[in-house]
Write a protein that binds this ligand. Structure first.
Ligand code: TRP
Length: 359
C-alpha cells in the first residue's frame, strides 16, 4: 500500500434506549459519510459489559434495537458495514495487544473512567479501566482513518493516536523490514518513515450538536439519567414527545433575537439548538423566526417539528424490530465483511510482534 485507504469507523453501545442526543450528535451525522468513503458502523456490545453485565436478554434486545436505529436513521447496509463487535474476535485480540502498548499513566488520565468509576475505583472492573484500549482496537483493526464521535470521546481518540504512534515507533524496524508499512503522509520527527497504523483523524461534533437534558440544560442528555422526562427516546410516540417538550425546563423570559442572548440560559439554548438541528438550520435562523416569543409559543412548534422528523424513523424502527431475523441477517453479513478486513490486519500484527504462526 502506498497510502492508507480512507475509512470511517464509529459505534454506539447497546445500553438502554437510544435518544435524541445519540441521533442528532452521532448517527444522523454518519449518514452523509456513506457517500464519501467506505464506512463501518459497529454496535459495540463488548463495551456494554464494562460498567456491569446487563441482563442477558436486554443486551440481546438492545443490540438489535441499536441496529434498527442505525438503519431507520439512514445507515444503509448496502453502503456500510453494520455489525456487532463481539462477533469479530479480532477486536478482543487486538485490545489485548494494546493493553500491552498503552501505559497505566495514560489510562489513569481518562476523565470518563474517573466519572464512571466515581469514588468506588477499587471496585470498578478492569474492563472499565481498559475500555479505551478496546476502542482503539475497534478503530485500528480496520486501520480506519476517520472517526466521527461526540466531543466526550475526544480524549479516547487521542489515546488511540498515542497507541498507534507507540506501536509504529516500537516496531518501526520490523514494519519496514516486512515491507508492510505505509509511507508516513506527514513526516515528522515523532514518527517513523513507515507506519502500520494510521494516525486516525477525529471528526468531532462541536458543542452545537451537543444535546442536553430537558430537565437540566447543563447536563448531557443521557440514557442513564433516572428521569425519563430528561430525554426523548427514539422509540417514544408522538404523545410522549410532546409531553416531554411541554414539561421541559425553561426560564421565564421570552426568546432573544440574537444567539448572544442565549448565554447563561442553558435550557433556552438547548431547545433552540434542538430546533436548529432537527430543521437542519442554525440557532441564528431559529431566533430570527422565534425571537421575542414566549416558550408557550415556541414549545408547540418544537414539538410539532420533533414529531414530524422523528415519527417516520420510530415507525421504521418498530417495523424492523418486529422481525429480528431481518436484523440478524444484516448483522451476519456485516460481521463477515468486517472479519474479511480485520483478519488480515491481525495476521500482520502477529507477524510484526513475532508470534510464531504454525497454522
Ligand atoms: N466509546 C464510544 C462511546 O461511548 C463508543 C465506541 C466504542 C466507539 N468503540 C468506538 C466510537 C470506536 C467510535 C469508534 O460513545
Amino acid at each position: 500500500m502506498t497510502e492508507f485507504q480512507p475509512r470511517v469507523f464509529s459505534g454506539v453501545q447497546p445500553t438502554g434506549n437510544l435518544h435524541l442526543g445519540n441521533y442528532l450528535g452521532a448517527v444522523s451525522r454518519w449518514v452523509p459519510l456513506q457517500d464519501q468513503m467506505p464506512t463501518i458502523f459497529c454496535v459495540v456490545d463488548s463495551h456494554a459489559i464494562t460498567a456491569s453485565f446487563p441482563n442477558a436478554q436486554e443486551l440481546t434486545d438492545a443490540t438489535r434495537e441499536v441496529t434498527a436505529a442505525y438503519m431507520a436513521a439512514g445507515i444503509d447496509p448496502k453502503k456500510s458495514i453494520i455489525f456487532n463487535q463481539s462477533q469479530v474476535r479480532e477486536h478482543a485480540e487486538l485490545a489485548w495487544i494494546f493493553n500491552c502498548v498503552a501505559r497505566m499513566g495514560w489510562l489513569n488520565r481518562m476523565t470518563q473512567f474517573k466519572e464512571k468509576a466515581g469514588k468506588n475505583k477499587e471496585n470498578a472492573s478492569v474492563g472499565l479501566f481498559a475500555y479505551p484500549n478496546l476502542m482503539a482496537a475497534d478503530i485500528l483493526a480496520y486501520r480506519a482513518t476517520h472517526v466521527p464521535v461526540g466531543d466526550d470521546q475526544k480524549q479516547h481518540l487521542e489515546l488511540t493516536r498515542d497507541i498507534a504512534a507507540k506501536f509504529n515507533n516500537d516496531f518501526a524496524e520490523r514494519i519496514k523490514e516486512l515491507g508492510i508499512g505505509v509511507p508516513n503522509p506527514t513526516p515528522s520527527p515523532e514518527l517513523p518513515e513507515y507506519l502500520y497504523f494510521p494516525m486516525t483523524e477525529p471528526m468531532i461534533a462541536g458543542p452545537a450538536t451537543r444535546i442536553m437534558s430537558l430537565r437540566d440544560g447543563t447536563k448531557k442528555m443521557s440514557k442513564s439519567d433516572p428521569s425519563d422526562l430528561s430525554r426523548i427516546n427514539l422509540n417514544d410516540d408522538a404523545d410522549a414527545i410532546s409531553k416531554k417538550i411541554r414539561k421541559a425546563k425553561t426560564d421565564p423570559d421570552a426568546l432573544p433575537s440574537e444567539v448572544d442572548g442565549l448565554k447563561d440560559r442553558p435550557e433556552a439554548d438547548n431547545l433552540v439548538g434542538i430546533y436548529a438541528a432537527l430543521s437542519q438550520s442554525s440557532k441564528e435562523a431559529v431566533l430570527k423566526d422565534f425571537g421575542g416569543q414566549q416558550f408557550s409559543a415556541f414549545k408547540p412548534a418544537l414539538s410539532d417539528l420533533a414529531v414530524e422528523k422523528l415519527a417516520p424513523m420510530t415507525d421504521e424502527m418498530r417495523r424492523l424490530t418486529a422481525d429480528p431475523t431481518e436484523i440478524d441477517k444484516v448483522l451476519k453479513a456485516g460481521a463477515e465483511q468486517a472479519s474479511a478486513i480485520a483478519e488480515p490486519v491481525l495476521k500482520e500484527v502477529r507477524k510484526i510482534i513475532g508470534f510464531l504462526d504454525v497454522r
